[in-house]
Design a protein around this ligand. Structure first.
Ligand SMILES: Nc1ncnc2c1ncn2[C@@H]1O[C@H](COP(=O)(O)OP(=O)(O)OP(=O)(O)O)[C@@H](O)[C@H]1O
Ligand SMILES: [Mg+2]
Length: 503
């Protein structure tokens, strides 16, 4: 008898194991969860968090192990059984069906066979759920494919809320969200826990963990730690548990900026902006564009990449005019772009890591359409090592990688093109703290090689820590652009959220 047995556990897992070929995704995982508690699941990319969560969701059939729900041994595979046991998951990958409307997707979470729903009923069902997650501005008849990544993620949460659940699992729910929306998600989670539901919260964002979690379980190489009460931990302690080593500093020195202009943007107007913007990015400089979702920061990045129509304005690279209406022209002039929606335009899921890494430049190592496999291998392997991508996984389909490792592949892919200008949206979404430090180092090293970099990011700590210059956006307007050293986190929050300034 342990002291824990006085309180009934909601979830008790013992010895859960799952192997994919040679990869041990889960090895002998034990896990405890009480009613009404928020448990954070932490760990490096590929540590096994999503696989464990999918085991509870009935999406993965474990090779070994037992799971009890409310004291009763329960088989959770396939997912219908997990749902019956009262487990609901908000996935890291979006589960909504893009070709259906918002209201239809919310209805899918509610399937009751034999009931016929009319469109009016669908809307009436959708509206309160949308309001709860702050999507009341959306028409429920909007197709999901029209939504931004952040809106999809909030819709996913609304879908989970539409079911009555004992256990609600969030797998990186805020990775795509900005501060304002994160607050709302944290509030929803607190409310769910206060109602007596058990919450499992998977994230790479440690500040959220300290604000939300009661206890923490750390995954490492498929193994789980014993749960630790949050009060017994600090950030350094959590990072050491995750990485098995200390991490001294996350952000590299800012010592690469020159006076030489590379990217010059004049009076640029793109859809999503209410007024034209202009700025210069110098060789060796990282410019951060930041703001809430829809503020215009990402629109500028996409306009420069030739991904959205540019209405007016001119852009030069190294003094030569760039045709921003064409992505192809951008690529030819050395303008690389890493999108924040890797599922749509960053990555080929069915292709291998190696094929993804080489896809932007494969034509250059191909002579008379015969690809030099040796040169391709040399180059992909060099990129893989600079992004800490496991070389044993070069032949694996990218869709099989963990979320954070997919992000590293997308970044590595464009850097193999040896660009002059790099445009990146949300460079470390879903990337663990250790690998995040590597990504920042790598971006700074590229600056040292003479690149000019534009980062669009809604993570204000990242923008202030990484960039030389920071431009803030609000409601389609550039608010101000200043050296990062002149900003404090407080100033920046005020500017991008307009919490103290009236519009
Ligand atoms: N269907 C699959 N086929 C093959 N390998 C898989 C599959 N699913 C997961 N894996 C592997 O299992 C390991 C654990 O992956 P998992 O997605 O659980 O990691 P994670 O902790 O969620 O990482 P991240 O923080 O990047 O999301 C990884 O090595 C991954 O590549
Ligand atoms: Mg994951």
């Amino acid at each position: 008898m342990t002291s824990d047995e006085r309180r009934p556990l909601r979830v008790r897992a013992r010895g859960v194991a799952k192997t994919y070929g040679a990869i041990r995704a889960l090895a002998d995982v034990d896990f405890d969860l009480y009613p009404g508690e928020v448990m954070a699941l932490l760990g490096e990319n590929g540590a096994g968090k999503s696989t464990f969560v999918k085991t509870l969701a009935g999406l993965v059939d474990p090779d070994e192990g037992e799971i009890e729900i409310d004291g009763r041994p329960t088989v959770l595979y396939p997912s219908a059984r997990s749902q019956e046991a009262g487990i609901v998951v908000v996935h890291q990958e979006f589960g909504s069906i893009r070709a259906l409307s918002v209201a239809e997707n919310l209805y899918l979470g509610q399937i009751r066979t034999g009931t016929v729903w009319r469109r009016k009923d669908l809307r009436a069902h959708a509206l309160p759920l949308l309001a709860r997650v702050g999507l009341d501005h959306l028409d429920p008849d909007t197709l999901v494919e029209k939504l931004s990544v952040a809106e999809c993620q909030l819709l996913e949460i609304a879908r989970a809320l539409s079911r009555d659940a004992k256990v609600v699992i969030f797998d990186e729910p805020t990775a795509a969200l900005s501060d304002h929306e994160i607050e709302r998600v944290l509030e929803i989670i607190r409310q769910l826990a206060a109602e007596g539901r058990s919450i499992i919260y998977v994230t790479h964002r440690l500040p959220e963990v300290f604000r939300l979690a009661d206890r923490v379980t750390v995954f490492r190489n498929g193994h789980s730690s014993a749960p630790v009460p949050i009060g017994e931990l600090d950030v350094a302690g959590v990072v050491t548990m995750m990485l098995g080593r200390e991490l001294s500093s996350v952000y590299p020195e800012r010592d690469t900026m020159t006076d030489e202009p590379v990217l010059q943007v004049t009076d640029l107007l793109v859809p999503g902006l209410k007024a034209p913007v202009g700025f210069t990015v110098r060789r060796g400089e990282i410019l951060g564009l930041t703001g809430q979702i829809g503020s215009g920061s990402n629109a500028v990045c996409r306009g420069l990449a030739g991904m959205v129509p540019v209405l007016t304005g001119s852009v030069t690279v190294d003094g030569v005019a760039l045709d921003v209406r064409s992505r192809r022209a951008g690529i030819a002039r050395g303008v690389a772009f890493c999108s924040d929606d890797r599922k749509v335009d960053g990555m080929f899921e069915e292709r291998t890591v190696s094929e993804n890494l080489s896809s932007p430049w494969i034509s250059r190592v191909a002579r008379l359409t015969v690809v030099s496999r040796r040169r391709e291998r040399q180059r992909t392997s060099a990129i893989a090592s600079s992004f800490a991508i496991d070389k044993r996984r070069l032949g694996t389909q990218v869709g099989m990688l963990s979320g954070g490792n997919q992000q590293k592949v997308v970044l590595g892919k464009w850097l193999g093109t040896e660009p002059r200008v790099l445009l990146v949206e949300e460079p470390t979404r879903g990337v663990d703290v250790g690998a995040r430090a590597e990504v920042y180092q790598r971006l700074r090293a590229l600056c040292a090689d003479g690149l000019a970099i534009v980062v669009a990011s809604s993570d204000s700590a990242e923008v202030l820590g990484l960039c030389d210059t920071v431009a803030s956006f609000y409601h389609g307007r550039l608010q101000s652009i200043r050296p990062a050293s002149e900003w404090t986190e407080h100033d920046l929050t005020v500017e991008v959220m307009h919490t103290e300034v009236s519009a």
